[in-house]
Each structure stands twice: as C-alpha cells, then as structure tokens.
Design a protein around this ligand. Structure first.
Ligand code: B12
Ligand code: SF4
Length: 458
C-alpha cells in the first residue's frame, strides 16, 4: 500500500526559531513499521517540505494517510484531514501522536477514519494489514477492528473506542534514520548539532499535577533494556543524542549499567536528557560518572523557588534538593537547563524575585506559564476557569487563567520581560555560542513568507 506520513508545520512561537529543531522521530517509526511489512511509505514533513498538500497527494497517490501532531496542532491536523478527504474521500486517514493518545475525543468531529490512542506502534501494523485486506477485496472477519486495541473508529456512524493497553517501548523497532541522515544538518538543540532523538521509555512514575506526559501509556512507566538503548546509540552517526524520556534518571542500577556499556562500546557522544532534581541531589557520584561519559545537559523541572509552591504542584522535591541539583550539575560542567513555572497568583515583585533567584545561579532557564493542559491532572479542576478553549494556546507561553494581581496583558508582559531578561543575562553562555542571530532573523522572515504562501497554496 502507498502511505503518506504527515508531520504538520510548527505552530506558535516555536515556528519562528531554527535554533531548536528535531527530527520527526514519530514518523520515522511509522515509516519503519510500514516498510517492514512491504508498504511504500513517504515522509512529508511540512516544516521543511513546502510542496502544497494537493500536489503531494497527486504525486504519492496514497491509499492511507497518517497524520501526527501535538495539542497546539490539533486544528491543523483536522484541517489536513479535511483537505485529504476533500481530495479523495477513499483515502483512509489515521490520526495519532501524543495529543490523540489522551485527547482523542477532541477529534470526533473530524473526518478521520481512525484515531490511534496508544504510545507504541505495534497495533498500527495490525490496522494497516486490515486496511490492505479490505482494499484487496479479501474477506475480513466481522470483528477484525474490534480486536485491534487502542483505536477509535466509526461503527454505524458512531465512534467506537477500543480499550487501551499498556505497552513497552521494547516493542518499538529500531527506527530507519534515512530521513534523519538526509536532513541531519537541520537538527539541533542550540550548540548541540547535529542532534538525534532516541526514545527509550513511556510515561513517568511521578505525578506532578500539571504534567501531561505522566498520563501517557495509561499512566504506566515502561522503559527499554539498557543494552538495546546503548546498541541504538552506538549505531547513530551523530555527535549528540537527546534521549527523550520524560525522566531518564529513574533507576540507579540501570544508569550504572548504561555508563558501563557506553564505555565498553567506546561510544563518544554528548547526551541531553530530562531528569529530576531529587535524583540528582542524591546521586552525586553517579552524576559525575555520567558527565565523564558525555552527559552535557539536563533539562530539570525546578519549577519554583519555595517548598509550598513545589508542594502545590505535587512535585515531591524540596527547594534544598533543587539547590543541591544546581550545585552538582555546575560542579560537573553539565548545563542545568532549568524549567520554571510562573503562575497566576504572582505579583510583579514575585516576577522580580524569580529573576534574581535564577540570575544568581548557574542555570539556563526556560520559563513556562502555568497551563492546565488538557490531559493533565489539574485540567478538570481548572477547565471551567479557562479564558479560552483555543487549544492552540496550550503551548505553555500563554496565560490561560485570570491572574490574581494584574490583567492578562500585564501578566504576559511580565512573563516576556522575565524570559528576555534571563536570555540576555545568559547571552554569553556556551550553549548559545553557535547561534547565528542574523541567520535567525532571516529565518523569521522566511517563516512569514512560508505562512503567507500556505494561506494561498495549503
Ligand atoms: C522533543 C519534543 C519537542 C521538540 C519537537 C520534537 C519533534 N520531533 O517535533 C520541540 C522542543 C521543538 C517541542 C516543541 C513543542 N512541544 Co514538545 N515535546 C518533545 C518531547 C520531549 C519528545 C517528543 C518526541 O519527539 N518523541 C519521540 C516520538 C517517537 O514519540 P511520540 O511523539 O510519543 O510518538 C509515538 C506515538 O505517539 C506514536 N505516534 C506519533 N505520531 C503518530 C501518528 C500516527 C498516525 C500514529 C498511528 C502513531 C503516532 O508513535 C511514536 C512511537 O512511540 C515530548 C514529551 C513526550 N513525552 O512526548 C514533548 C511534547 C510532545 N511537547 C509538547 C508540547 C506542548 C510542545 C509545544 C506545543 C510547546 C512547548 N513549549 O514545548 C511545542 C510545539 C511544537 C510544534 N510542533 O508545534 C507536549 C504535547 C502535549 C500534547 N497534548 O500534545 C509534550 C507531550 C510535552 C508536554 N509538555 O506535555 N517538543
Ligand atoms: S513533570 Fe517530569 S517528573 Fe513530573 S510527572 Fe511529568 S515527567 Fe514526571
């Protein structure tokens, strides 16, 4: 079968930067699954491929179209689906990805044929085998669709939701990186370039109440065998690897074995990971060894600068642990990419205090606005108070709840002031050393032109 795999263009603030760009690993996985069963799959990454949709459809003549996307791309995914169906209603459209996995009901109004609400891809192969059999006129069992877990489909015009199953990333194939190698020079995280993504786990064992990721895979954490992770890393021809696990620093024994295998295989790469401050604070020696084998940056959710606020997020980390974490990363020359939250109870003075707290420490921060993202634990409590139901705004950069001490406009101003001041303060950091700011400005112009072109030729 001919299958077109679509990654929509980036939406919002992220679309204007080329300083953080990642390969479409989710589509590389789908591509691998389809190729392994003899289908002809084509990746259409609309971030880089400016061909308009109709022309792409005419060229590939797909029988199946798969569309991925995040919450901010929900409307775009639905629009792409509509356009595919308008072009040829006979094309089967499957929607999937992080947002569909949890918020699949948001897509019930779309013209999609199938919604795929699992973390892995094993059952996608079953679905496509079903479609192939159906198209070739072979007899399919009446309950064939009912037997595929984790999909939604219409039965007599009504959406049927098959139950979820817990999966393990051990079932993922080794992704075909053909697309990655063809476009390698694009992919980077600031000074780390070229950079590959490696997916090693689903979900997270902790339960921070603002977190969407922890609820994926039915809320059950699962990770790959460490030898499989290291084998995949060793094969990658790239100097830097971003392990996308929501928390890579979970198990001490696992990490010591990771260190041993990386050394044994002579792997020399830089690693970027997500980790928790409490783990780092209590495992100084392990962090030192991780730094020695190439750990270069940890994105760590520091979130707040006092214990009460940390408790309010159910973070289960203390301010003391945050401070220890910052010290340990600093002493081991690991970038501390600290993630912080500004919340709607903050006063102007709180913004100033937060600036000073961060500026006094060795942190390269990213500040998010407290966002009750649909799919997180806090969402049901805050849903009614949301100032907008536009999911495009759930990008962690918008103020979606009424601030207590100022208007939304003032809050947004304070937020951008804080972010820009911190960026300016860190402008000489080695992390930004490779940034070409003139190039970045020209890139913004290019994005504006592309957006204008897409208004006419979608
Ligand atoms: C790396 C990353 C990024 C990268 C981009 C990566 C990329 N390839 O485009 C950057 C830093 C640019 C980024 C930006 C943003 N991100 Co981000 N990001 C991630 C992160 C850490 C890893 C994603 C990844 O590449 N995973 C690897 C792939 C292989 O895994 P996967 O996406 O889970 O896909 C699997 C399945 O879902 C399935 N699948 C995927 N697509 C499809 C499609 C079909 C049809 C099928 C059948 C199956 C399928 O196959 C894969 C196999 O396991 C996740 C965290 C997480 N746990 O997912 C957040 C995450 C995806 N990001 C998120 C968000 C909100 C954003 C932003 C909107 C805001 C922000 N401030 O970060 C922007 C928007 C960018 C945009 N595209 O418009 C949210 C999405 C929530 C949601 N409801 O969708 C996540 C979950 C984190 C969070 N805060 O909760 N992100
Ligand atoms: S914020 Fe991080 S530690 Fe907390 S639940 Fe989410 S992934 Fe886990």
């Amino acid at each position: 079968m001919r299958i077109l795999l679509i990654k929509p263009e980036t939406v919002g603030v992220f679309s204007y930067t080329c300083l953080v760009e990642h390969e479409p690993l989710e589509l590389e996985y789908l591509y691998t699954v389809f190729r392994q069963q003899g289908d002809h799959a084509v990746i259409y990454d609309r971030r880089y491929d400016l061909t308009c949709l109709k022309r792409k459809l005419a060229k590939v003549r797909p029988e199946v179209v798969c569309i991925t996307g995040y919450i901010t791309q929900q409307k775009l995914m639905i629009r792409l689906c509509d356009e595919v169906k308008a072009y040829d209603p006979g094309i089967a459209v499957i929607l999937g990805g992080s947002n569909v996995e949890i918020n699949y009901r948001n897509y019930f109004e779309s013209r999609a044929d199938f919604l795929y609400h699992l973390s892995g891809v094993a059952n996608l192969a079953k679905l496509v085998r079903y479609l192939r059999a159906q198209r070739s006129g072979r007899k399919v069992k009446a309950d064939a669709l009912e037997r595929i877990p984790g999909i939604c489909y219409r039965k007599d015009g009504v959406w049927t939701v098959n139950p979820k199953i817990y999966e393990s990333p051990e079932d993922l194939p080794v992704p075909d990186r053909g697309f990655f190698y063809q476009n390698k020079r694009r992919f980077r995280y600031l000074c780390f370039r070229p950079l590959a993504l490696v997916k090693n786990s689903y979900s997270c064992r902790k339960a921070c109440n603002f977190c969407f990721c922890t609820n994926r895979n039915g809320g059950r954490y699962a990770c790959r065998k460490v030898e499989h992770l290291v084998d995949e890393i060793a094969l990658l021809d790239v100097p830097a690897i971003h392990i996308t696990d929501d928390d890579f620093l979970v198990d001490e024994d696992y990490l010591w074995e990771f260190i041993r295998l990386i050394r044994e295989k002579g792997v020399r790469k830089k690693f970027l990971i997500y980790g928790r401050a409490d783990f780092i604070a209590h495992h100084e020696e392990l962090m030192r060894e991780l730094a020695r084998i190439g750990l270069a940056l940890v994105m760590v959710g520091l979130e707040a600068t006092d214990d009460a606020e940390l408790d309010s997020y159910n973070k289960r980390v203390t301010l003391r642990e945050n401070e220890e974490c910052i010290r340990i990363l600093h002493e081991n020359h690991i970038f501390c990419a600290g993630l912080f939250i500004v919340h709607q109870q903050m006063t102007k003075q709180d913004f100033r205090k937060l600036y000073q707290w961060i500026a006094d420490r060795d942190i390269i921060p990213t500040i998010s606005v407290f966002t009750p993202m649909q799919g997180s634990a806090v969402y049901p409590r805050c849903e009614k108070e949301l100032l907008t139901d536009d999911v495009t705004k759930q990008d962690l950069f918008h103020c979606l709840l009424q601030p207590e001490h100022m208007s939304v406009r003032q809050f947004t101003l304070e937020y951008y002031k804080l972010s820009l001041k911190l960026m300016w303060k860190n402008r000489k950091s080695a992390l930004y050393a490779e940034n070409n700011y003139l190039g970045a400005m020209l890139y913004i112009l290019w994005v504006l032109l592309v957006k204008a072109k897409r208004k006419v030729w979608f």
